[in-house]
Design a protein around this ligand. Structure first.
Ligand SMILES: [Zn+2]
Length: 140
């Protein structure tokens, strides 16, 4: 979803939309990183030095509630992903980097699982854990 649409729909629902909140959403929508709340905070603070960590948490809570971000847990820390379409997250066990992989095969896997389990699958994502292209040489 586009930033303007998100802002308008949140405003329509009576949520207070501040420039800090817009900056948080803007960053999340455009980053390929899967930042933690602390990372979001430090990025947004460069533009809005007065932004508090609690503003970041509240905004992330709101976005999660509206299903505009997904939360992924890595080493007990919540990381945020604004790509909410079905995809595969590759999680590096060494550096904690998370990459999105768009995989058409995901639909095939879901179809197979639906058949096997007699389940009607509406949506589903995967996480795969391993070592990223930079880290893997250390572990091969
Ligand atoms: Zn790595």
């Amino acid at each position: 979803m586009q930033l303007e649409q998100i802002v308008m729909s949140l405003r329509d629902e009576g949520h207070r939309i501040t420039p800090q909140r817009i900056a948080i959403m803007d960053y999340l929508l455009h980053t390929k990183d899967h930042p933690s709340a602390d990372q979001v905070h430090s990025v947004v603070r460069k533009r809005y030095p007065m932004t508090s960590l609690s503003t970041v948490y509240k905004t992330l809570d709101l976005l999660r509630e509206k299903k505009l971000v997904n939360e992924i847990e890595v080493w007990g820390e919540a990381r945020f992903d604004a790509q909410v379409d079905e995809h595969i997250n590759l999680v590096c066990l060494n550096c904690g980097n998370i990459e999105d992989i768009d995989e058409k095969a995901l639909k095939n896997i879901q179809a197979k699982i639906a058949k096997k389990s007699d389940y009607l699958i509406i949506k589903g994502s995967f996480e795969m854990h391993g070592y990223c292209s930079k880290c893997k040489t250390e572990f091969q």
